[in-house]
Design a protein. Structure first.
Length: 399
């Protein structure tokens, strides 16, 4: 097993990948952003159903392209990672578009694949301060978004199994992130270590990559299965455990070591998510906006179907305890599964191709629909009691 230092050094990217990523004349899945590392770009990756290409484009305001009633005023903005962005389907097949078509009003999609909760939060702050702001804010939290919030550069974590396709799919570079101060126990919001395009070439230097991330505690916790534990900073990790109020690392045997590392990683990630959600809620309350949190994680779905305790119960308890408006798609899938006589894997293949396929986005949209209709005031035009309003088609007719 390699050392933590070696793993970081091997993550240094090639100049060719960066050249392609930064070339304005090249189609790329992402484009450089000084604050968030990257935002969505324009590309046609071959990652859709039946090995099809998917059309993924972005508008001038940074949102994913939308068509259903997009010329009308927007009340709902959505923020999150690839399940918000709807990676692996074309622009018109997102759950936002399905809902917009049904509700008769647009839903803006500011999701970006790879983002954690914190990066989505920063995207929200920036967007909501512009004319693209909306009254209703949806913050979508998926799977390991809790951990991504705390990484300085996600590329380091995924570089061994992620193909950047010659730079066309490059992302995960340095971004704004959240970290805990071991001295005070408080979270600190940090800006990206690379905020200018020309400085991105520093990622070709293994010395730079090491210096920039060697004390990233979430990176250490996330790489536990891939590097020699003795090369991690166990002293700082134990201080982190004390700050978070969980057991220090148990090295009595390999099983207990792995369990204690996993528990610490969850505690760190969940603590960060609770901090971010509270910050988002405070922002919305201070700016006359309303917030909804959406949660989905295939790992949780599987746990619920198999009758096991969900690993993210702490987040569920937090949302309930704080009376935060939320929608749990994990519960929908667990209930939907009971309608079939399928293995869990066969059930997943109905809706997922890694991310949701178009059918999965459709199920998600219509599972969320009732919550949105009850949340919005006034209700969408398709659900108002005054039928006279539906007779005036001004603004709906083309031409």
């Amino acid at each position: 097993m390699i050392s933590f230092e070696q793993y970081i050094r091997e993550s240094a990217i090639t100049r060719v990948d960066i050249d392609t990523f930064l070339d304005p004349n090249q189609p790329t899945w992402a484009q450089f952003d000084s604050e968030l590392g990257y935002i969505l770009g324009n590309d046609m990756p071959k990652d859709g159903i039946d090995s099809s290409y998917t059309i993924s484009t972005v508008q001038a305001n940074g949102r994913r392209s939308a068509y259903a009633y997009s010329d009308r005023s927007c009340r709902i903005n959505t923020y999150g990672n690839s399940f918000t962005q709807c990676h692996q389907v074309s622009d018109g097949e997102t759950w936002q578009e399905y809902l917009a078509a049904h509700l008769g009003e647009p839903i803006q999609n500011f999701g970006v694949g790879g983002y954690g909760v914190y990066q989505a939060y920063r995207r929200m702050l920036r967007t909501e301060a512009t004319d693209n702001g909306a009254e209703y804010i949806i913050l979508y939290i998926w799977g390991d978004d809790h951990y991504r919030s705390l990484l300085r550069c996600r590329h380091i974590l995924i570089h061994r199994w992620w193909d950047h396709a010659g730079g066309r799919m490059f992302h995960g570079n340095f971004w704004a992130n959240l970290e805990i101060d071991l001295n005070t126990g408080n979270f600190v919001e940090k800006n990206s270590l690379i905020s200018m395009q020309e400085d991105l070439y520093q990622m070709t230097d293994s010395d730079f990559m090491l210096e920039a991330t060697k004390d990233d505690l979430m990176l250490q916790l996330s790489l536990f299965d891939y590097v020699d534990f003795d090369t991690l900073d166990s002293e700082s990790l134990n201080i982190l455990a004390e700050v978070l109020g969980v057991s220090t690392i148990d090295r009595s045997n390999s099983k207990k070591l792995k369990a204690s590392i996993s528990k610490l990683r969850d505690a760190y990630g969940f603590s960060a998510t609770k901090y971010i959600v509270k910050q988002t809620l405070n922002y919305c309350q201070n700016h006359q906006k309303k917030m909804m949190v959406i949660t989905l994680c295939p790992r949780v779905v599987r746990q619920l179907i198999e009758g096991h305790k969900r690993y993210d119960q702490e987040i569920v308890d937090f949302l309930v305890g704080e009376s935060i408006q939320h929608f749990d798609m994990n519960l929908v899938h667990a209930e939907d599964y009971r309608s079939f006589r399928l293995s869990i894997d066969d059930y997943f293949s109905r809706y997922f191709i890694g991310h949701y396929n178009p059918t999965g986005n459709h199920l998600f949209a219509y599972s969320l629909k009732g919550h949105l209709v009850n949340w919005l005031d006034p209700k969408p035009i398709t659900y108002r009691s005054n039928q006279q309003e539906t007779i005036d088609f001004t603004g709906y007719l083309l031409g």
